[in-house]
Design a protein around this ligand. Structure first.
Ligand code: MG
Length: 257
């Protein structure tokens, strides 16, 4: 099932998206999308509604340095344990919402990533049981002010600006995430292309590691790291991250005045 969130005629609605591209419909879910959803009976053509970020996260926990070729391009060493950091939930935006480059940075990079969305409260989840903790998967862009990240020595400012965590277009609940193509396009040119099978720490290991540190709540989002090919975006460009079997997340880039 594809689960999303839309701007509905009377507010915001969780929806299940059914049907193929041309005539897909967004069916309104009563209450929340966790567990087995029930439906209100209202639906809209997907082409008539605006998709929002598919979930409201209490936190976004991210893995750094999780593809060997990206570690190499950054000039670092592969860590034994996953390196994690948190992006504030206020950095989340949905599809088509502009990524805003702050004036304090002169280099804002895209980082295309697969994201896992947590489906239930959980702690100390063994890797073999990670699937039971996950609602589904979506697409993320771990936008990073590279110069500020490097200047600060830690990553909160460089990765925490409003709009620095585009998510979407929806959550795919029925997909095996272990070997999907992940691709980033800048103004249509492919700048990152890899496969999720090349992660250093796979989804199970990531869930086990993070949940050994902190309780995860329904809707929390785990970013699984970016492959090689990271690079800067400038105002006026458009960036798309595509994960095979999930969808395409596209955002324009603007400068904050
Ligand atoms: Mg990243």
């Amino acid at each position: 099932m594809r689960l999303g969130r839309i701007a509905s005629p009377d507010g915001v609605a969780f929806v299940a998206i059914e049907g193929d591209d041309g005539d897909a419909r967004a069916k309104e879910i009563a209450e929340h999308p966790f567990g087995t959803p029930t439906f209100t009976g209202r639906s809209w053509p997907l082409s008539d509604v605006r998709l929002l970020a598919p979930i409201l996260a209490s936190k976004v926990v991210c893995i750094g340095k999780n593809y060997a070729a990206h570690i190499a391009e950054m000039g670092g060493e592969a860590p034994d344990d996953p390196v994690i950091f948190i992006k504030p939930n206020t950095s989340i935006v949905g599809p088509r919402v502009p990524i805003v480059r702050p004036p304090s940075s002169s280099r804002v990079d895209y980082e295309g990533e697969l994201a896992a969305v947590i489906g239930r409260p959980c702690k100390d989840v063994p890797a073999a049981q990670a699937r039971s903790a996950i609602l589904g998967y979506t697409v993320a862009n771990d936008v990073t002010a590279r110069d500020l990240q490097q200047a600060d020595g830690q990553w909160t400012r460089g990765k925490g600006f409003d709009s620095f965590c585009p998510l979407g277009p929806w959550i795919e609940t029925e997909i095996d995430p272990s070997d999907l193509e992940i691709r980033t396009e800048l103004d249509g040119a492919v700048v990152q292309r890899s496969r999720t099978s090349l992660m250093v720490h796979d989804i199970g290991a990531i869930v086990e590691w993070i949940s050994s540190i902190m309780t995860l709540l329904p809707g929390d989002v785990l970013l699984t790291g970016t492959p090689e090919g990271v690079g800067p975006m400038t105002a006026g460009q458009e960036v798309s991250v595509v994960v095979e079997g999930i969808g395409t997340l596209t955002n324009p880039v603007v400068d904050r005045n």
